[in-house]
Each structure stands twice: as structure tokens, then as C-alpha cells.
Design a protein around this ligand. Structure first.
Ligand SMILES: [Zn+2]
Length: 414
């Protein structure tokens, strides 16, 4: 079976209907049972009957992590988002502190991701996520169990102990952060092992930390480990995962992911960069429209794997790091991507104003003005950053320094 369940193959129309139903249920039930959700609705003069569809959801405010912490401090422990009568299996704690009543030990958190990575019965998986206080260890553990894998709950044990477990238990897969796996591999080398030859670890599923392309290439080429990225937030659980195509992250079926303009909370058109906002259909904790602070965009094109969900185009950075040009976000990570294609030409983006318009200038190092280079740079920049360059100035090599900011915002708002 390619898919975890039939929901992964729903038509867009059916999926939209499915989400509409869940949103409606969450609004109705939340209004009745959660003091906070009732207050949010009442303050805005919204009746639960008015939140019936994905489009209606946009009427509600986005709640950032900072806001959630404030609300929980004001109204401990859950900010009033909970149904006080609901049975709670487990309570997790995130820095803040943020308290999260957990829905159930039988949920499917992360299981889609592990399934898509080809992990299942017969696998022995080292789970190197933290097991105490935070949700990570136990929820990833649950996902692995859901797909039938055997779990070694190694948590944050030292690298030497992890190497021993990998060796003694014939571990076939790793889940944790990319940097920790690399540390384990290096320790194995120090202990006299050849990681690829002596061990059976052939898969790794990462979360909580970006996977740099260079590190991914090392895992895959040097160590023969097939790598997958998973994405979520502790407040809302899993949100997206990579399939074998590794071109974007499929959005999980149990959540609604919106990409919004953080200034307005309104959705931006698909393909444009904005803040990732997640609503998880949770029957005990009614946090609707959680703003992750991460920047991404939605990819609509069908994926060759056959899953019909839209995908997220990785994480381009944090909302605060990006600059808005003519209503479009440009993030430093996008500029890095452009820079990879033009390694010989250091450049800097400058945003200024011309009359009432934003003006985007790029200063680029080159020996001489080169119309061919200018055209290919402009085209590629527009592909990646979606915004047009107004002016491209060539400057002599050595003009821009290593530590110069990639984006300079010269606009003053008075
Ligand atoms: Zn796919």
C-alpha cells in the first residue's frame, strides 16, 4: 500500500469538504466547551454557525506562540482553550511554559510521515528525540508504533550509548535531528566502526531542525542513509512530511494549513510566501489558527507519488527575518538559493522607495557589466523570490564583504 490511508488520495473538492466539516465541528464544540474560543467568537461578534468552511476560518484571528503563552499565563494552565471536562491522557510542557493537554495515545501523529518514508513492520528505529517534559519523544514514538515499527527509546542518551544500541539491536532507521545523527556517526568512527559497512541504518526521519542540502548529500552518498524531513510544531503536532519524491512536504490530512500575510492574517495566493498557520482538529484543545512564525509557500502541482495533498515548499525562514517588497516576502534563505546558482557573483538586495512604490535594487559583483548574466540572474531571482528586480547594478569584485547583510531595507516609515 502506497498510502497510509485513503484520505491521502482524496480529490481537492472532497478534501475541502472534509476540512469544512471538521472546522464546523470544532467551532460548534469549542464554542460550547472552551471558555477561550467562546470569548474569541463573542468579542468578534461571530456565532459558531458562521464558521462552516475553510474560507470562514479566515474570520478568526491568528494566535502566535507568544499570544498563547500570554493567554496560558493569564488563565492557567491551558488559556481556556481546553474542554475542562475532557479526559486528558498526557500533558506536555514546552518552553514558555506552554502546557498542552494531549489528545490521545491512539492518534496518528507522525505516522503518515514514517509510512511515506517506507518505515514499518520489521524496522527497528532509534528514537533520539527528547522523552521528558516535551511532546517530541512520545509522539514520534507513537507514530512509529502506528506503522508497526519496533522503537528503541534512546532519547538524548550520549552518542556512545546510541552507537552501542545501533550495533547491538541491529537498528535499521533513525529518527531525531540531523546534527545528532551526524554526531552519532562520527562517534561510531572514533569507536572504530565503519558506519555504512558495519551497521544496518538505512533510513532517517528528521524534524525540529533544518536539513541542510550538503548534510543530506553526505548522509545519502557517504553513508547510504535515505533521509526524510518531517515538519510540525509542538502546539499542533505534525503538519507536513516528505514523500519519496522529496520535492516539498505533503500537508497532513488531520490539519488545515494556511499561508497568510502575518500583518493581516489573510491568506495569500498559493505559490506566495507567507506565515504557516495550522489548525489541528483536536476534540479537547480548541486552538484554531495557530501561527507558527515559519515562512513557507504552498505548491499546488500534483506530486508524482500520487498523494493529492498540496505541499509546503520547505521553510524559508522565520517571519521576522523576511522583508516585504511590493506585498511579497523575500527571505534570506531564498537569496541563499539564488547565490548557489551564481557562486562567482556576490550580491546584495536593497529595498528602497521611489515615490509610493517599493524599489528593489540588486548590487552584484562582476568584472564588467554583463547583459547575459543580468538576464539570467533576473529570471532566476524572479523564479525563486517571486518578485521583480527594478535595478541591477554591477559593482567591482571585492565591494561586498563576507559579513554584509544580504538584505538592506532602506525604507523609513514615518
Ligand atoms: Zn509526494
Amino acid at each position: 500500500m502506497i498510502f497510509f490511508d485513503e484520505n491521502e488520495a482524496l480529490s481537492q473538492e472532497a478534501r475541502l469538504g472534509w476540512h469544512g466539516k471538521r472546522i464546523q465541528e470544532m467551532a460548534d464544540r469549542g464554542y460550547r466547551t472552551s471558555r477561550r474560543l467562546k470569548k474569541i467568537f463573542d468579542d468578534l461578534g461571530i456565532r459558531p454557525g458562521e464558521i462552516r468552511s475553510v474560507d470562514d476560518l479566515e474570520k478568526l484571528p491568528v494566535i502566535s506562540r507568544e499570544k498563547l503563552v500570554e493567554m496560558e499565563l493569564a488563565e492557567p494552565p491551558y488559556g481556556g482553550f481546553e474542554d475542562p471536562a475532557a479526559p486528558v491522557d498526557r500533558i506536555f510542557i514546552s518552553p514558555g511554559p506552554v502546557y498542552e493537554p494531549h489528545l490521545s495515545e491512539t492518534d496518528v501523529l507522525w505516522a503518515r510521515a514514517y509510512h511515506a518514508a517506507g518505515i514499518g513492520r520489521g524496522d527497528v528505529v532509534l528514537n533520539a528525540f527528547l522523552y521528558h517534559m516535551v511532546a517530541a519523544g512520545l509522539t514520534f514514538h507513537g507514530g512509529l508504533r502506528r506503522v508497526g515499527a519496533t522503537v528503541v527509546p534512546s532519547g538524548t542518551a550520549g552518542t556512545e550509548a546510541q552507537v552501542q544500541l545501533i550495533r547491538d539491536l541491529s537498528v535499521t532507521a533513525f529518527t531525531g535531528t540531523p546534527s545528532f545523527l551526524m554526531a552519532v556517526i562520527q562517534k561510531a568512527g572514533e569507536m572504530g566502526h565503519d558506519f555504512r559497512r558495519d551497521f544496518k541504518v538505512r533510513k532517517a526521519c528528521f524534524a525540529a531542525e533544518p536539513l541542510q542540502p550538503s548534510l543530506r548529500a553526505r548522509f545519502e552518498e557517504e553513508y547510504g542513509i535515505d533521509t526524510y524531513q518531517m515538519y510540525g510544531a509542538t502546539e499542533v503536532g505534525d503538519a507536513a512530511y516528505e514523500c519519496r519524491e522529496k520535492k516539498g512536504w505533503h500537508i497532513c490530512e488531520e490539519v488545515l494549513v494556511e499561508i497568510v500575510d502575518p500583518a493581516t492574517g489573510k491568506r495569500v495566493p498559493h505559490g506566495r510566501l507567507g506565515e504557516v498557520v495550522v489548525t489541528r482538529y483536536n476534540p479537547i484543545f480548541f486552538l484554531m489558527r495557530f501561527g507558527t512564525g515559519d515562512l513557507s509557500r504552498i505548491v499546488e502541482e500534483p506530486c508524482p507519488c500520487g498523494r493529492t495533498s498540496f505541499r509546503l515548499d520547505g521553510i524559508a525562514g522565520r517571519v521576522g527575518d523576511a522583508v516585504k517588497v511590493r506585498g511579497l516576502f523575500v527571505a534570506p534563505s531564498q537569496l541563499r538559493k539564488v547565490a548557489e546558482k551564481f557562486p562567482g557573483n556576490r550580491f546584495q538586495m536593497i529595498v528602497g522607495r521611489s515615490g509610493h512604490e517599493d524599489l528593489l535594487t540588486v548590487r552584484m559583483e562582476a568584472d564588467k557589466a554583463d547583459p547575459g548574466l543580468e538576464k539570467s540572474f533576473r529570471d532566476y531571482f524572479r523564479d525563486i523570490c517571486t518578485v521583480r528586480i527594478d535595478r541591477l547594478e554591477f559593482v567591482a569584485p571585492g565591494t561586498l564583504k563576507e559579513g554584509d547583510k544580504p538584505i538592506v531595507d532602506q525604507r523609513t516609515w514615518t
